[in-house]
Design a protein around this ligand. Sequence first.
Ligand SMILES: C[S@@+](CC[C@H](N)C(=O)[O-])C[C@H]1O[C@@H](n2cnc3c(N)ncnc32)[C@H](O)[C@@H]1O
Length: 461
Amino acid sequence: MVSVWSNGVCWSMSLTVCLSSALLSLLNAFIFIVVTVPREAEWTLVLTGTMPTTNRKKQGGDTAVQGTNDSSVVSKVSAAAQGYFHDVFLQHFVCKAARRAPLINRGYYVRWRAVDYCVRRFLLVTDGCPRRQILSLGAGFDSAYFRLHADEALDRAVVFEVDFPDVARRKAALIKSNNTLRGMLDPHLPSRTGPEYVASSRYHLLGVDVREESRVEEALGAAGLDWAAPTLILSEVVLTYMEAKWSDAVISWTAKLLPQSLFVMYEQIRPLDPFGRIMQDHFLKLNSTLHALLQYPDTAAQRHRFLDKGWEQCVCLDMNDFYVGLVPEEERGRVESLEPFDEYEEWHQKCSHYFILTASRGALMTQALLSPAPVSSVPSICPSWSPSALSVQTLPVGVEGLGMASTWVSPGQVLLTGGSSRGGRGPVFDSTTPLPLFPEEVWWYMGVAHLHSTQSEAFSE
Ligand SMILES: C[S@@+](CC[C@H](N)C(=O)[O-])C[C@H]1O[C@@H](n2cnc3c(N)ncnc32)[C@H](O)[C@@H]1O
């Protein structure tokens, strides 16, 4: 049984603040479950106000893509609330928090951790520079500026954020109506000019479509971006939403215009295995298609893409490699103890379908690259259907299991995954059965059981 939740986004406007928020596509970033669907995934937030309910499935492409921001910020707030990472500013960008399932919280944790890791490395490497910049493309309601400012990590650094005008307008309204956020900007903000919605000495928020290269270049120049200064360009689940010709162009023009820079990108890969197909389908249904996946389906292809488009060096890790190789064991232990969790299979599947990439231009920026992929201790989880990979035994017994997923394979055969017997995570079959599928004590069971005739009738076409 394979289930993918449906979702919708409802938003409204309050009097002064164009606030949207909410909800849900678990998959927006890292979010996605096969087999079971937590109820949290189905939450739909309806805010009081005057704006009509919006459904991402029915929206035009760009509007639907903007809705991905509303979903991801709610998920980030959920992960922060459960203690996965510390961010007291994100909550100001959602009007109603929702608690996500542990698997989703973990997904947002590893995403947040990977991006934070890259940003901190960049700030460390550029510590001696008179000026450094962070340019966040498709920044949405990201709170990085406020978090880094509060940590006093932005010494001699300026943050530029770009998103569609509607998103930038909503974010600017939220910031200006919130005392905490507004208090972290210059006391006297100049009035808005052109596409610049917030202009503070260390923070600039611009409303421009990043596909419009000359407009972005003009707007960033007018806002004070120094093209020669070391710059981190961040794209956190953004470029994938535009056709590959546009995302390729962004990767090229940033390399061309910023000779001392580090590109940091986090998004999806591996579209063609079963998990990847469901992932693609989910986004398609939400009208926010993942575009670059087919052309750049894995970490090697993404790496070559950047090297082809003007970047000098590039390191790309899938999130299993990042998590195991670059998150200290103690931190992993902390995170893994936060919530009850037994969805290890889905967790590793998810991690293998997302990557973190760093690409550099200029000698200094080479030092900020991610470490090359460590030898992964996570076994490959490419599904294999070779007959030798599945142990098959004839079992003249009934099958009793809890939380087990079953898929009809062919007449008389059913594939069982996960779950347990009534007695717990022991053999899947009842205690009178002398032949469990796997005699070892393992956490997961997978096999093909030949059911005897009365049972196989249940799976007839
Ligand atoms: C999934 S959200 C991610 C937001 C933010 N980067 C984060 O990770 O929290 C994708 C964001 O990219 C923005 N975006 C997508 N295409 C864009 C484009 N062509 N120009 C500007 N922003 C874009 C959307 O409006 C949305 O805010």
